[in-house]
Ligand binder design. Structure first.
Ligand SMILES: Cc1cc2nc3c(=O)[nH]c(=O)nc-3n(C[C@H](O)[C@H](O)[C@H](O)COP(=O)(O)OP(=O)(O)OC[C@H]3O[C@@H](n4cnc5c(N)ncnc54)[C@H](O)[C@@H]3O)c2cc1C
Length: 384
């Protein structure tokens, strides 16, 4: 079943791109994703094909050559892709997140220039906020910008940068020297191929091993002044507002993983026999399937609601945090059950649920841990 409610009717174009996404992911992304999981190679190898099919351009307005999807269609596409390749799901979610930032916070003429090229693999983008000492607390970043003639010199190091090896653009949070400490946050679009930038792959991830994760080091990197994104001193606000939308992409990814786990669980429960019967006929197995199906539907509804809120221009944060919190925790529970239903067969690499179990784990950590989502929700609801 798709992400959208059953009575929702997509336009013909959007229904076609959703169908194409699902078929393409099933036939081409699944084998790629499985191979990348084994040897830790990057799914970015498929960027030219994703570009050709319009997937790098999903949120870019049509007048700038993009697909111009509403956010709910975008979430539905990330869901379909993630059912077959959670690594491609997050790769595109992050690239699109940065495109959304350019659309929202960059002034003309750069906004049009950059977005017109957003579907080109050379514009592939990363969201580089976290540092070794700054994870949940983005306000503790230490990467520094010093004002120089015509721009800034950047020094520092970003950690855990998804898409960080192949990206052409790095959206980055820095602190501008010389401003008061609480007013010195700035966000910049940095050309990732500039001299002074080194990128190092982070090896040995538990899951989403086809998704690139890198350390990005800045050593005296010159960034022109017009690459400043949003208002000087308001960088933290820009990041948090962007993450509010980005989290829906991760929630959609988690929901796709949950769907894949449920499908595998049901198929196995039907064909595996013990005590002379299919294991699906045992009440305990049925309960795991039923709980997973209910949680999957609840996750889909929350993701859809959050995406509709973005389309409606709502600015509250709790809808996307609720979707991210619930969908990611549900994906972990469903993946756990999927392995349990498979018994020993689910514990080895050949079995897809073994990978999905590992892939699900990150969804409750990146773009804000579950603990941080609870803080966001409670703050919005409980504070006057
Ligand atoms: C594979 C991967 C990809 C990533 N991609 C990106 C990316 O593209 N860009 C980027 O900028 N970052 C990225 N990250 C970083 C990710 O966003 C952070 O790991 C995450 O925000 C958590 O930060 P941390 O790891 O420093 O954990 P910490 O912040 O140190 O948290 C450790 C634990 O303490 C808890 N905790 C922290 N503060 C509180 C609090 N106030 N109340 C209750 N509990 C709290 C956390 O929930 C967690 O359980 C990625 C990480 C990984 C692993």
């Amino acid at each position: 079943m798709p992400l959208a409610p059953t009575d929702f009717i997509f336009s013909e174009d959007q229904a076609l791109i959703l169908h194409t996404a699902s078929e393409f992911a099933r036939t081409e992304l699944l084998p790629l994703d499985r191979a990348c999981d084994v040897d830790e190679s990057s799914v970015a190898a498929i960027l030219p094909k994703l570009s050709e099919m319009g997937f790098l351009n999903l949120l870019v307005p049509e007048e700038l050559g993009g697909v111009g999807c509403p956010y709910r269609t975008f979430a539905a596409i990330i869901y379909e892709l993630s059912v077959w390749s959670p690594s491609v799901g997050v790769t595109l979610a992050v690239h699109s997140l940065v495109g959304g930032i350019v659309a929202r916070f960059v002034g003309e003429p750069l906004r049009s220039r950059w977005l017109s090229a957003w579907g080109d693999p050379r514009s592939f983008a990363a969201f580089a906020i976290s540092e070794a000492g700054a994870g949940s607390d983005a306000s503790s970043v230490k990467t520094t910008a010093v004002e120089v003639e015509g721009g800034f010199r950047i020094n520092g190091e970003k950690m855990w940068v998804t898409n960080g090896l192949s990206a052409g653009w790095l959206f980055t949070l820095v602190r501008l020297a010389g401003l008061p400490l609480d007013k010195n946050y700035c966000t910049l679009m940095i050309d990732a191929r500039l001299p002074g930038i080194t990128r190092t792959k982070i090896h040995g991830k538990m899951g989403i091993r086809g998704s690139e994760t890198a350390v990005v080091h800045f050593s005296d990197v010159f960034v022109p002044v017009d690459h400043l994104v949003g208002e000087l001193g308001k960088g933290l606000e820009t990041c948090l507002a962007s993450l509010n939308q980005g989290r829906i992409g991760i929630a959609a990814q988690a929901t796709g993983i949950g769907k894949a786990c449920l499908t595998e669980m049901v198929a196995y429960a039907r064909q595996r026999e013990q005590f002379g019967r299919p294991i699906g006929s045992f009440q305990a197995i049925g309960e795991m399937i039923a709980d997973s199906a209910v949680e999957l539907e609840a996750a889909k509804a929350l993701v859809w609601r959050a995406a509709c809120a973005v389309d409606a221009g709502e600015t509250n944060r709790s809808a996307s945090s609720m979707a991210k919190l619930y969908a990611s925790e549900a994906a972990n529970r469903i993946a756990y059950r999927a392995v349990q239903v498979h018994g020993g067969a689910g514990y080895v690499r050949e079995c897809r649920v073994e990978q999905l179990y590992r892939d699900a784990r990150i969804t409750s950590i990146y773009e804000g841990t579950s603990e941080i989502q609870r803080i966001v929700i409670a703050r919005e609801l409980a504070q006057p």
